[in-house]
Design a protein around this ligand. Structure first.
Ligand SMILES: *[C@@H]1O[C@H](CO)[C@@H](O)[C@H](O)[C@H]1NC(C)=O
Ligand SMILES: *[C@@H]1O[C@H](CO)[C@@H](O)[C@H](O)[C@H]1NC(C)=O
Ligand SMILES: *[C@@H]1O[C@H](CO)[C@@H](O)[C@H](O)[C@H]1NC(C)=O
Length: 179
């Protein structure tokens, strides 16, 4: 139940900003990309107990709780060795998949300043005293995994390829209200 919820993520992916050849004003059905990359999603079930306060309703707090519990977040920065430990749990030790997600989190950790700017610009509210950074990193990494999906795991359909092109070429709204 307490997954890196696709619904949450894909609602957060809609509403990209215009840039370049692809018509970014015409978002493809982002729910369509949901199953395009057949890699395991982060399974956060093992945090249900520790984060029971935040399980019923998935909010930025849910993610912050998981990241806090694994000490993966220091202020607004990712602590990558801890993120790797979190991924060991959330991906059940599947090292190949962990490596792909780690590449994503590594890349996303370098976008911290940009994320902060974007969240500020969007006047992203702090919800229940939780910052949106954890969920923003999660969305960012998930997007990376979709864009960099291994060929064997990618569904080579027109719909998936279009959604991917869109994802690559149109900036995502980093830190949309994730509720
Ligand atoms: C998620 O993790 C929990 C506990 O670690 C496990 O019981 C469950 O089977 C996992 N779910 C999936 C779909 O792998
Ligand atoms: C996570 O840790 C920060 C810093 O200690 C704290 O302010 C915040 O309330 C914690 N969030 C959750 C959901 O426990
Ligand atoms: C957290 O960040 C502060 C300030 O950037 C730094 O001094 C500290 O060593 C960091 N702690 C961890 C656990 O990375």
């Amino acid at each position: 139940m307490f997954y890196l919820l696709s619904g949450l993520l894909y609602s957060a992916l809609v509403g990209f900003v215009s840039s370049g050849v692809i018509d970014c004003s015409r978002a493809p059905d982002m729910f369509a990309i949901k199953n395009c990359c057949k890699l395991p999603e982060l399974n956060l079930t093992s945090f249900n107990k520790k984060c029971s306060k935040y399980v019923a309703r998935i909010t930025p707090c849910s993610f912050e709780c998981v990241f806090n519990n694994t000490q993966s977040l220091n202020g607004t920065s990712l602590v990558l060795p801890k993120v790797e430990q979190l991924l060991q749990i959330a991906l059940n030790g599947d090292q190949k998949v962990i490596d792909i997600y780690m590449n994503g989190f590594r890349e996303c950790s370098m976008q911290e300043a940009e994320m902060l700017r974007s969240l500020k610009r969007r006047r992203m509210e702090v919800v229940d005293n939780c910052s949106p950074m954890a969920v923003t990193y999660a969305i960012c990494a998930h997007r990376y995994v979709n864009i960099n999906c291994p060929e064997g795991s990618w569904t080579n359909s027109q719909q998936c390829n279009e959604a991917k092109d869109y994802s690559i070429n149109c900036n995502m709204p980093k830190g949309r209200k994730a509720t």
